[in-house]
Write a new protein. Sequence first.
Length: 183
Amino acid sequence: MIMREAITKIISLVGDEYVVCANGFISRDAFNAKDRPGNFYMLGSMGQASSIGLGLAIARPDKKVVILDGDGNLLMNLGVLAMISDIKPKNLLHIVLDNECYDSTGGQPAISSRVDLARAAEGCGIKNITRKGPGEDIVPALMACLRKEGPGFILIKVERDPSEKAARVNIAPPEIAKRFKGA
């Protein structure tokens, strides 16, 4: 499965959960799959979607927060896994889409082909971990994790998308923040 297909499935299954989308193609694909005020699109700040999602989960313990992260983004901020494990937000689901490259900047290889991000999360103490390979159905695992108490971590290995890339998010950052705050 390519990343765009995985994101489309994930976005179609979320209800009123907040979704914090990592920068690059993850934000683009989420925006084009299903734009909604409850989606927060990162248009910069690589590696920070997980920290923003964690902060949001702490601030709104009454609402489920889903982070759509990339392998390159998480590699830039691995310390967030230890923070998530220590704080243990019951309303947080961290999904990492791993295509083993920095796709948004040209497809340079990422070390996630050699560094197991699910094991890193487990090593930090996150208990609710799920792994899915490129051809596996992600829907049952996602539905189960949305219902489970968190923190949850899903690593989805995806294939790089060779097709034309999705259109950019055409909402200015101040408007994204305003819509999200209203949600």
